[in-house]
Design a protein around this ligand. Structure first.
Ligand code: FA5
Length: 337
């Protein structure tokens, strides 16, 4: 009777083990057959009550069944923990698919370089809001409501009278409101303009604003800082040019251009034939702007600049059109790995 029962147990246990497809099912199988109160263990426990002759035969068969089941159990356990076994229709000799690695966007790379250079020159890094008030974007920057210079910044207005900042200069005011001189900061961030795009103009782009306010700051400090920045970023051989420019919040105002790297100054599509690419506007902070934030212009003076970030990777990597930057084309982005 016991021998028959052992045969049945082995057959049923083998079938259930093949069907067990999770660690939970496997462990319940183990309890049912090999556990302390399992079916096989119960038979082994009752062997003592058999006659000597039967005991030998049943004992040896029961031990063989136990060994086989234990072995099948550990094999099934390994299979389940390694995942499905290899299928015959999978050709493991085929080469694997290469991993594609992500990379930093060229704007991010250059922004980090710019921050590192200015940190080395003693500037802190601050960020500010992209949705701005008229007061900070224009009015406090010496452009009251009817000032014609507001037209220099084609503005995206929001329904509630707020606007998308057209430049990072509003942060000059926010910082001077909060801190007193000496001040030395740069402010990287996105700006928005409602203007037609072309090879050097986008409707969303990055600027880095710079602001230094202290006693005795002069135009020479501004030119020295920007020249040093250009030497560190582009190398000392790269020509730079300062020319007068007008911004209502600085006096005097100027722009800085870099010799076009795409054509070595000869004139091409990137520089619109001029040989130069304007990268920033700058100047000495207007006394009226200082007065508005309660900094005495008789005691303190300051310089400020606002540079277009994309123009720098355009020069460095010879990118001929700014519109590539945010078109999300992987063929463009993958080149900066
Ligand atoms: C300004 O935005 C001033 N806030 C700069 C400034 C700051 C002057 C502090 C004085 C003191 P402007 O509009 O020229 O100036 O822009 C500055 C730089 O941003 C430009 O030199 C150019 O490099 C970049 N830029 C301007 N418009 C765009 C655009 N549509 N797309 C990409 N870059 C632009």
């Amino acid at each position: 009777m016991f021998l028959e029962e052992l045969g049945k147990i082995e057959e049923e246990a083998g079938r259930e083990l093949r069907e067990a497809d999770s660690q939970d099912k496997l462990s319940s199988w183990h309890t049912r057959y090999l556990g302390r109160k399992g079916r096989l263990t119960s038979i082994l426990k009752s062997i003592g009550a058999l006659s000597l002759e039967n005991r030998k035969e049943v004992g040896s068969k029961a031990n063989q069944v136990k060994e086989r089941l234990s072995l099948s159990f550990s094999q099934r356990k390994d299979e389940l923990s390694c995942g499905p076994s290899l299928r015959e229709d999978v050709d493991i000799t085929l080469p694997g698919r290469p991993f594609t690695y992500g990379s930093l966007h060229p704007t991010t790379k250059v922004l980090r370089e710019i921050c590192t250079i200015f940190s080395g020159l003693g500037f802190g890094v601050v960020e500010g809001p992209e949705i701005e008030e008229d007061y900070y974007n224009f009015e406090a920057l010496n452009m009251p409501e009817d000032h014609p210079a507001r037209d220099m910044w084609a503005t995206l207005w929001m329904e509630n009278g707020l606007l998308l900042r057209t430049h990072t200069s509003p942060m000059q005011i926010r910082i001077m409101e909060r801190a007193s001189p000496p001040i030395r900061v740069i402010i990287p961030g996105r700006c928005y303009r409602y203007e037609a795009t072309d090879a050097t103009h986008e409707s969303m782009f990055y600027q880095v604003e710079g602001l230094a306010v202290d006693k005795g700051i002069t135009l020479a400090h501004l030119k020295g800082t920007l020249t040093e920045f250009s030497h560190l970023l582009f190398g000392e051989e790269r020509k730079i040019r300062f020319r007068c420019d007008y911004f209502p919040f600085v006096e005097p105002g100027m722009e800085m251009s870099i010799e076009c790297l795409s054509c070595q100054g000869k004139g091409c599509r990137t520089c619109r034939g001029s040989g130069w690419l304007e990268i920033l506007g700058a100047g000495m902070v207007h006394p009226r702007v200082l007065e508005r934030v309660n900094i005495d212009p008789e005691v303190y003076s300051g310089f400020a600049f606002g540079m277009g970030v994309e123009r720098i990777p355009m020069l460095k990597y010879r990118i001929d059109d700014i519109r590539h930057f945010y078109a999300d084309d992987l063929r463009f982005l993958a080149q900066f790995r």
